[in-house]
Design a protein around this ligand. Structure first.
Ligand SMILES: Cc1cc2nc3c(=O)[nH]c(=O)nc-3n(C[C@H](O)[C@H](O)[C@H](O)COP(=O)(O)O)c2cc1C
Length: 405
């Protein structure tokens, strides 16, 4: 039976474990370029043992960014910067994935710490957004948006393909389409945002046409060994929105167009959603497992899987990949920590030898290396005891109760 630390193969790519750093926008790019920050941010997670490492949604056009500080692959000059990150991730034993996307009506925003709201087209950091229909998101994204013409939709598909070509050149070995979180793909799928009456709106088949055509365009330019996956806003968590029944049918259609895996997330197409599952541990797991069962496709999921026992349980119940967002920010070595918590036989083998050899072999006081003992293990410290004149031998450091896997 698979567990969190068993390898996972999709197409011609094998991950060393099931742990993914989920895409997270960092608002650190200038003109869409990667820089030293991204090299550090992504390289550190690969060195910390993550099997698959995403940067953020990488925009396929300038107006597909969330803010002017977001990453892009809409210009050949952006390739070199992202290649620096993929070279380092590979050298650290990880695989680099790219999430290609377009924010649609949620673009023209400022960074979260500046309020996260949308700014008007005449603001120095703003632009007029495009969407399936001329319906603004609302709340703090109130500005008018323009409906994409069919010709413009074809242009978005070409932009997806062009960005995919650049992504391969930049060293990415895994391509995910961002069809979630209220961005362009999510809003084509959702009846809340998509009010079109042409071939891209109305019936479920029409609302998924944008996605299947984009998949066709990208698959046509990708080498066969590279997996093509997508993150779906599967459930709008709103009575008028997209439902899980529709999501299952949509993933089945996308599978016919070359989709290799689905990451199941929420729609975020309205500020009025019932966000209850987003606050629950493993709140989206059952939805993802349903897609796997009914469509017969590997699935991943994020949302509150950062407790190691929960992540492990999710994989044992059939989840193929565990996507971690905030836990990856909080702890770049989350996989090593989880391995120790779960009694992995050799957690320090997950980090590069430059770290791992010392962590396994250095003679010293093992708990003082800065990695806490697994919860519930380790001796209590007696602060009143006289200091010891010699340090006990602490050679190979295995967690209590470690068992071979
Ligand atoms: C700072 C930040 C930025 C994010 N940016 C993206 C993004 O670019 N694309 C995406 O699909 N999800 C994005 N997310 C959502 C995460 O990928 C993840 O789904 C979410 O944080 C839930 O997982 P968690 O409970 O492990 O944090 C972002 C989350 C955070 C915290």
């Amino acid at each position: 039976m698979a567990d969190l630390f068993s390898p996972f193969t999709l197409k011609g790519v094998t991950l060393r474990n099931r742990i993914v750093m989920s895409p997270m926008t960092m608002y650190r790019s200038v003109e869409g370029h990667a820089n030293d920050f991204h090299v550090m941010h992504l390289g550190a997670r690969a060195a910390g043992g993550f099997g698959l490492v995403f940067p953020e949604q990488i925009a396929i056009t300038p107006d597909g960014r969330t803010t002017v500080h977001c990453g892009g692959l809409y210009d050949d000059r952006q390739i070199d910067g992202w290649k620096r990150t993929t070279d380092l991730v590979r050298a650290m034993g990880g695989v680099s994935a790219v999430q290609l996307g377009h924010t649609g009506r949620k673009g023209s925003a400022v960074a979260p710490w500046e309020g996260g709201h949308q700014v008007a087209a005449d603001h120095p950091e703003g632009w007029r957004c495009k969407a399936p229909s001329a319906v603004p998101y609302g709340a703090d994204h109130p500005h008018p948006v323009d409906e994409l013409s069919v010709e413009e939709i074809k242009g978005v598909h070409r932009a997806y393909a062009d960005a995919a070509v650049r992504a391969v050149e930049a060293g990415y070995e895994w391509v995910e389409m961002h069809y979630a979180h209220g961005y362009l793909g999510a809003s084509f799928f959702s009846p809340i945002a998509n009010r079109r009456t042409d071939a891209y709106g109305g019936s479920l088949e029409n609302r998924v046409r944008f996605h299947t055509e984009a998949l066709d365009a990208v698959r046509a330019v990708l080498p066969e060994r590279i997996p093509l996956t997508m993150r779906l806003g599967a459930d709008d968590l709103h009575a008028a929105g997209a439902t899980m029944d529709e999501a299952v049918a949509a993933v089945a259609l996308m599978k016919e167009h070359g989709l290799d895996m689905a990451d199941i997330s929420a729609g975020f197409n309205t500020p009025e959603m019932d966000g209850t599952p987003l606050g629950e541990p493993m709140g989206f797991l059952s939805r993802a497992l349903r897609v796997k069962r009914e469509v017969g496709i590997p699935v991943g999921v994020s949302w509150n899987l950062g407790v190691p026992a929960n992540a492990e349980r999710a994989v044992r119940e059939g989840l193929d990949l565990v996507f971690l967002g905030r836990p990856a920010l909080a702890n770049p070595h989350w996989p090593v920590w989880a391995a120790r918590e779960l009694g992995h036989a050799s957690p320090f083998d997950l980090v590069p030898e430059d770290y791992g050899w010392w962590l396994k072999n250095f003679r010293g006081h093992a708990p003082s290396i800065g990695w806490p003992e697994p919860l519930g293990a380790g001796p209590a410290i007696d602060l009143d005891a006289a200091p010891s004149s010699s340090l006990p031998h602490q050679g190979r450091h295995e967690p209590a109760g470690a068992s071979a896997r």
